[in-house]
Design a protein around this ligand. Structure first.
Ligand code: ADP
Ligand code: MN
Ligand code: MN
Ligand code: MN
Length: 339
């Protein structure tokens, strides 16, 4: 007997990487081995020396194929087994390890938008739907577009054992969100990439595409973000470390360094309108959905918990945002002796 292993990896497309996958047939009981692919077809190599290596790093049941079939998320390596420049997971590994003692965890809210052809799902052939107001967490065929796909995607993620914590309809028609976490930096990122692959793969069966474009509809429509909720053990136990983390994210060149790495087209989304703070002005506050970083109201009351960085775009690389947040906040907490 055999089973199918779907090898998934992140390519080198710029400015935003895409997911790729291909299938390997394995003998019953076999471990998924290292594999290879043609990097010249994925913006990861030149034609004259195009072989790259797929190194399995995370696996789960394949809910699309069912049975004993599996999904295998991979890191991309050169043939000498060093990480390829597109391999941002390799950069997260040492940072996550360095600060593992602080027990950092993340919950990431992935917003996305379904498209039917060239229009967001639910946008009429001509003109525009009714303005925003009723769609967020809405119900009914006049407000909700694509729920059957969303439900199927959620079931697929749960069957794969991914750490999803919820879903909701978003502010624009055809726009949705799922949340992954709270999980460690590497876990939340691995689960997020596989959940994204399952989103595209599930929607494919309905003839619908999904996009992480941060501003999928021009004009007076919300963009799509990936609010990144973060805590360390000390933050979960007290308020001072929460403030230390908020201040660290605003220190010196940190706001710019973070925003530059928070996804393609961030200036177009962080305008200061539509529940965002301007991309070039850092702020934080309790309950403030117009701030860069929000301290949720319960956290303000209980004086412990987590913070929400509202700046990352929907198209952010989770390996990058978790690395930057752990590095900035955990360094500052260590320096302040709040670990
Ligand atoms: P919002 O009100 O911003 O829409 P959501 O409910 O969509 O919030 O998402 C909140 C996310 O925060 C969830 O993914 C949840 O798992 C995560 N979360 C909750 N507690 C913590 C914590 N202590 N540290 C990190 N993330 C957390
Ligand atoms: Mn949310
Ligand atoms: Mn949201
Ligand atoms: Mn949020």
């Amino acid at each position: 007997m055999t089973f199918k292993a779907e090898y998934i990896w992140i390519d080198g497309t710029e400015p935003t990487a895409k997911l790729r996958s291909k299938t390997k047939i394995l003998a019953d009981g076999a471990e998924p081995p290292v594999w290879g692919f043609d990097g010249s077809s994925t913006n990861q190599a030149q034609g004259h020396s195009s072989d790259l290596v797929l190194q399995p790093v995370f696996r789960c049941p394949d809910p699309i194929r069912g049975g004993d079939h599996i999904l295998v998320l991979c890191e991309v390596l050169h043939t000498d087994m060093t990480p390829h420049p597109s391999n941002t997971r390799a950069l997260l590994r040492p940072v996550a390890e360095k600060f593992a003692g602080q027990e950092p965890v993340f919950g990431i809210e992935q917003e996305y938008t379904f498209f039917a052809g060239s229009r967001p799902l639910g946008f009429p052939e001509n003109g525009y739907p009714a303005p925003q107001g009723g769609y967020y967490c809405g119900v009914g065929a006049d407000e909700i577009f694509g729920r059957e796909i969303v439900e199927k995607h959620l079931d697929n993620c749960l069957a794969a054992g991914l750490g999803l914590s919820g879903i909701n309809a978003e502010v624009m028609p055809g726009q949705w969100e799922f949340q992954v976490g709270p999980l460690s930096p590497l876990e939340v990122s691995d689960h997020m990439w596989v959940a994204r692959w399952l989103l595209y793969r599930t929607a494919e069966e309905f003839g619908v595409s999904a996009t992480l474009d941060a501003k999928p509809a021009k004009g007076d429509w919300n963009g799509a973000g990936a609010h990144t909720n973060f805590s360390t053990r000390a933050m979960r136990e007290g308020y001072e470390p929460i403030i230390t983390a908020c201040e660290a994210l605003g220190d010196g060149d940190k706001p710019l360094v973070h925003v530059k790495n928070y996804g393609t087209g961030i200036e177009a989304r962080l305008t200061g309108l539509h529940e965002t703070a301007p991309w070039n002005e850092y702020s934080y506050g309790v309950s403030d959905r117009g701030a860069s970083v929000r301290i949720p109201w319960q956290v303000g009351v209980e004086k412990k918990g987590y913070i929400e960085d509202r700046r990352p775009n929907a198209n952010v690389d989770p390996y990058v945002v978790t690395r930057l947040m752990v590095d900035t906040c955990c360094s500052a907490l260590e320096k302040a002796g709040q670990v």
